[in-house]
Design a protein around this ligand. Structure first.
Ligand code: PEP
Ligand code: MG
Length: 877
């Protein structure tokens, strides 16, 4: 059997081998091919990582053998030898996944040093101080990064020796001081690990490689992967590279540089370096690095070569590069290059500039901006300096992006009142319900203890563009006392906190926020995205205000108007409640008559905001008990208000109680029992459309959507009510009005029988919130509580309420789309669940042939870009 290749010398790879060699490894290989000076080395592939996990976290024999073979080749080329006292080879060991990934083990330098080779290094460089400084750094890094011994313990030793010798800075320590440090470090290692510090360089190397593979699965890496759609199966590669030293005197140095400014995108080299230093000194911030332009004076030859290479790299990769370099005694080496991380503003400017410079096409430019990054342009953000110095007191789900700072209030009412008095408020609730809407509107940010990414708080906050952190499990609220405790501190009503809805971080004090500006590049760039994409982008909006916002962000229609949100308005809720507590159809109709004009006004406002764009309006969906108070005190108040008997009202509330309301009397099941509700809503939809058509001349084609259908006869029953009323109104008004009747596909049975359903439905809209809930059998409001355990045990990697589960739920979507088209080839297909704003789910929707995605207003630009990227990646006619 042929042995599998797990190890590649740098000269065996190229930039196209990222999947196998990781980004860093592939780029090192590519630089070597380009003739750029790169220290020799090799890469253990991502397949070696996968194999390590397959083999129960053990490095395979093949990988070990091949590592030693590669090492021998590097020794040959460099003329140095691993473990040699005369001419020791030292290496760095660095992780490198397909995409750069914080959270994993990063770098170990100077590997190969031991009590003997350190003397070899001393002789070779004639610099004892340098040799022992390198050794003590290596022991610290190896102990901390590979073995997990706390870094602080080493720093304490160093501080101790410094104090003893009266040295202020590290570089004031003499070689004999450093020898002392080395001895103390080794003693600490022995105490912690109950064995000596490994002296065999090969053992050091295998330990370090294993540590990189292990770090692929540490908790920070897992969280990062979940937030950035990186599958676990990719694995990471490991790069082993011979060391070059930037700390060998005044003609040596090390630095990092970007070919353009990563904060603004300005086309000017941007970088820093330190003379006589190793990489970590630049990062640690102990000495202040010089701007790269100073290198022209310090080492003009190196500067010239550096500038030539960086230009070559940018042209070659057709993107802004982030490079690391080291100069060893006047000779320049590149240690890394990659497409640099950048702010959203910079990303847009660079993409547009590169097209204008003729370096890339518009299609290529579209792929250079991360859609999720656009979020940060549309929302306020924190002052970075302040943020860095502020402690995170808790973490929840990053439910709606943005930065918010304000005083804490625990009820919607108090939040609203204090907002009206001019305060900035943060609404803190166990969970929110539709009754909290006014408090949510007033709040800068919303923090809930419970609920997932499709909880009420999350969905509504995203819709409004308000920052929200949901499911903050550590948050223990005492509603009576109006306090909560976090990180051991008690917070009272009126105390300041700050929320970062993009990370889920909660801060226990005020932090300054700044509004971001949407520059001219945004517009130019989005025009290209719109030209390219095939998917239309609609919005989920329930008010004219949200609709207007969404149109500004580029929405091409409304894909979901949740009419129940209109029923919670202070003026309407009495009539809604009157309808619910009615004993007879007649009473119910009387109450509905009161709601009709209000509902009609709602729709008029929305049609006017949307002008000629399509509008999908969904009939009432939630279970009716949501509109009634639940606790005795509130029921008593309401009974008084409605002039009803408390006992009777309580009995009504109890009769509406359901054990599992999300699977209860809701959606199309309501009009099956009470057709008059659907009648009133249809009347309002059609009358409003006729009114706006007559007054404004817009060509409005209302799309009436029937929710929670699972059986075609059920749909037919409700559709019949809708069509009867619509025809009656149209005939009475004597106007030609086209309208559509369709359904949501959000129950697995509807997806399974979509060919039947399509006989009655003129369009499908995939309600993937409910479809996910019902396919997994996970409650969308409670899953957050136990999903963490699923991540920890590697059962699921992602929250299926955020990122569509393509294997299961996606299969239903794909099948229903195909079945629907079989029956009705021109059936219009869209998605209105929260996944409609998630880039990877949008790509899926594009691939299965949906016509549009619909998402909350602030995610419309994200969706436009994601849709364009889907088209560039998967061309669709
Ligand atoms: C859905 O279920 O995906 C949907 C959009 O409806 P709602 O979230 O209102 O249940
Ligand atoms: Mg639903």
């Amino acid at each position: 059997m042929e042995t599998k290749k797990y190890v590649y010398l740098f000269n065996e790879g190229n930039a196209n081998m990222k999947n196998l060699l990781g980004g860093k490894g592939a780029n090192l290989a590519e630089m070597m091919n380009l003739g750029i000076p790169v220290p020799e080395g090799f890469t253990l592939s991502t397949e070696a990582c996968t194999k390590y996990y397959e083999d129960d976290k053990k490095l395979s024999e093949e990988a070990i053998t091949q590592t030693y073979e590669a090492l021998a080749k590097v020794e040959k080329v460099t003329g140095k030898k691993f473990g040699s006292v005369d001419n020791p080879l030292l290496v760095s060991v660095r992780s490198g996944a397909r995409v750069s990934m914080p959270g994993m083990m990063d770098t170990i330098l100077n590997l190969g040093l031991n009590d003997e080779t350190v003397e070899g290094l001393n002789k070779l460089t004639n610099n004892e101080r340098f040799a022992y400084d390198s050794y003590r750094r290596f022991i610290q890094m190896f102990s901390d990064v590979v073995m997990g011994i706390e870094k602080r313990k080493f720093e304490d030793i160093l501080d101790e020796v410094k104090a003893l010798k009266g040295a202020k800075f590290d570089n004031e320590l003499t070689s004999s001081d450093l020898k002392e440090v080395v001895n103390k470090y080794k003693a600490l290692y022995k105490m912690e690990m109950e064995k000596d510090f490994p002296q065999d360089p090969k053992e050091q190397l295998l330990e370090a490689v294993t540590a990189v593979f292990r770090s692929w699965d540490n908790p920070r890496a897992i969280v990062y992967r979940r937030l950035n759609d990186i599958p676990r199966e990719w694995g990471t590669a490991v790069n082993v590279q011979s060391m070059v030293f930037g700390n060998m005197g005044e003609t040596s140095g090390t630095g990092v540089a970007f070919t353009r400014n990563p904060a603004t995108g300005e086309n000017l080299i941007f970088g820093e370096y330190l003379i006589n230093a190793q990489g970590e000194d630049v990062v640690a911030g102990i000495r202040t690095p010089h701007p790269i332009s100073r290198l022209e004076q310090d080492l003009p030859q190196c500067y010239k070569q550096f500038m030539e290479i960086s230009e070559k790299l940018e042209k070659h990769y057709k993107d802004m590069q982030d490079m690391e370099f080291t100069i060893e005694q006047g000779k320049l080496y590149f240690l890394q290059t990659r497409n640099g991380k950048r702010t959203a503003q910079a990303a847009l400017k660079i993409a547009v500039d590169l097209v204008e410079e003729g370096l890339i096409t518009k299609e290529e430019a579209i792929l250079k901006v991360d859609p999720k990054q656009l979020d940060s342009l549309l929302h306020p953000s924190f002052d970075q300096k302040e943020l860095e110095n502020t402690e995170v007191i808790a973490k929840g789900l990053p439910a709606s992006p943005g930065a918010a700072c304000g005083k804490v209030y625990f009820t919607a009412e108090t939040a609203k009142d204090h907002h009206e008095q001019g305060e900035k408020v943060i609404l803190v609730r166990l969970e929110t319900s539709p009754e909290d809407i006014e408090g949510m509107v007033a709040a800068e940010g919303i923090l809930t203890a419970r609920g997932g990414m499709t909880s009420h708080a999350a969905v509504v906050a995203r819709g409004m563009g308000t920052c929200c952190i949901a499911g903050c499990a550590d948050l223990k609220i005492d509603e009576e006392a109006k306090t909560f405790k976090l990180s051991g501190k008690l917070y009272k009503e009126g105390d300041y906190i700050s929320l970062d809805g993009s990370t889920g971080n909660v801060y226990g004090q005020a932090i300054k926020t700044t509004e971001n500006e949407i520059g001219g590049h945004f517009k130019a760039f989005m025009v290209w995205a719109d030209e390219i994409r095939k998917l239309k982008v609609r919005t989920n909006a329930d008010t004219p205000r949200d609709a207007e916002h969404a149109v500004k962000f580029g929405a091409e229609g409304i894909g979901l108007c949740r009419t129940e949100h209109m029923f919670f308005d202070e003026e309407r809720i009495p009539a809604v409640r009157e309808m619910i507590v009615s004993k007879t159809e007649l009473q119910r109709r009387k109450a509905l008559d009161k709601l009709l004009p209000m509902q009609r006004e709602d729709f008029i406002g929305i049609y006017e905001a949307m002008e000629d764009r399509p509008v999908t309006i969904r009939l009432l969906d939630p279970p009716l008990h949501e509109f009634l108070p639940q606790v005795d005190e509130d029921i008593r108040d309401l009974a008084e208000e409605m002039e009803l008997n408390f006992e009777e009202l309580k009995a009504t509330v109890e009769s509406l109680h359901e054990f599992n309301p999300m699977m209860g009397h809701r959606g199309c099941r309501l009009p099956v029992s009470y057709p008059e509700i659907a009648e009133m809503q249809t009347r309002a939809v059609i009358e409003a459309a006729i009114d706006v058509k007559k007054r404004k001349g817009y060509n409005i084609v209302p799309e009436i959507m029937i929710p929670l259908v699972g059986e075609v006869k059920e749909l037919k029953f409700v559709k019949n009510i809708v069509v009867t009323i619509a025809e009656e109104v149209i005939a009475k008004e004597g106007i030609d009005l086209k309208y559509l009747v369709g359904t949501m596909i959000e129950i697995p049975r509807a997806a399974l029988t979509a060919d039947e359903i399509a006989k009655e439905a003129e369009f499908f809209s995939f309600g993937t919130n409910d479809l996910t809930q019902m396919t997994f059998g996970f409650s969308r409001d409670d899953a957050g509580k136990f999903l963490e355990d699923y991540y920890d045990n590697k059962i699921y990697e992602f929250d299926p309420f955020q990122k569509l589960d393509q294997t299961g739920v996606g299969k239903l979507v794909k099948m229903a789309a195909e079945l629907g088209k079989q029956t009705r080839p021109d059936i219009h297909l869209g998605i209105c669940g929260e996944h409609g704003g998630d880039p990877s789910s949008i790509e899926f929707c594009h691939n299965v042939g949906l016509d549009y995605v619909s998402c909350s207003p602030y995610r419309v630009p994200v969706a436009r870009l994601a849709a364009a990227q889907a088209q560039v990646k998967n061309y669709r006619k």
